[in-house]
Design a protein around this ligand. Structure first.
Ligand SMILES: C[S@@+](CC[C@H](N)C(=O)[O-])C[C@H]1O[C@@H](n2cnc3c(N)ncnc32)[C@H](O)[C@@H]1O
Length: 225
């Protein structure tokens, strides 16, 4: 018998804007913006697992789906704010029968601020985040001081961060922001990370001949944390 094949659109957004709330359903944590309060809700993030790998800005999920398939003993969490893209990750996960991937449909900053406890994550990966190249949009860039402090806080001891970008200025921005709280594990940013995998944007920028920067950091244990 042929199993029914799920399409991205088969996953409907579970509530209207007026009825928006925090919800966990089908292995997805729905985390809408603009709620009056985010307190007192348990999103049941699978953080009790011995090895937790989180990806921010997952896009259509190509990279994390492959990683989850290759590493069944690791618990993966994908975070993506655009629901159209969450639908794509979800349908891939269901059609491939992947059990070790939890999804967060919402904003990274809300997740960091309200739901990710201290020392709960082993590894964080961010592939091709929006670089917001114009100075007047720089407030939208990831890797502001508060973001880096949260990332340091949620990582376990010796936790690692991978950041891949095609944008020279953003790569410098990241290097400057990470200095102090993180140690750079490889100095040649142009050297690809071994067996790192690929994503939609990676293939896109490679096909256009763009230079790619691969950052790899370890959490520094700071005496004041
Ligand atoms: C350029 S795409 C890269 C997607 C994917 N990582 C790849 O390499 O193909 C950046 C993604 O980050 C998501 N994103 C940007 N800011 C975010 C935020 N604050 N919270 C969650 N997702 C975010 C966007 O919706 C978009 O899907």
């Amino acid at each position: 018998m042929i199993e029914p094949f799920m399409k991205p659109k088969d996953l409907a957004y579970p509530f209207s804007f007026e009825d928006r709330r925090l919800l966990v359903e089908n292995g997805i944590f729905y985390l809408p913006n603009f709620l009056p309060s985010y307190r007192g809700f348990d999103p049941k993030l699978p953080l009790g697992h011995p090895c937790v790998f989180i990806e921010f800005c997952s896009g259509n999920g190509e990279w994390i789906i492959q990683k989850a398939l290759e590493n069944p003993d690791i618990q993966f969490i994908a975070v993506e704010k655009l629901f159209l893209r969450v639908q794509k990750i979800f349908s891939k996960r269901e059609n491939l029968g992947i059990k070790n991937l939890f999804l967060v449909s919402g904003d990274i900053n809300l997740l960091l601020e309200h739901f990710l406890p201290n020392a709960s994550v082993d590894t964080l990966a961010i592939n091709f985040p929006d670089p917001w190249p114009k100075e007047r949009h720089s407030k939208n860039r990831l890797f502001h001081k508060n973001f880096v402090t949260h990332v340091h806080r949620i990582l376990k001891r010796k936790g690692e961060v991978f950041l891949v970008t095609d944008d020279t200025d953003f790569s410098i921005w990241v290097s400057n922001s990470m200095e102090g709280q993180f140690a750079l594990l490889k100095s040649d940013l142009n050297r690809p990370l071994e067996n790192y995998g690929s994503s939609f944007f990676q293939r896109l920028w490679e096909s256009k001949g763009k230079e790619i920067f691969y950052h790899h950091y370890a959490k520094r244990d700071l005496c004041w944390t």
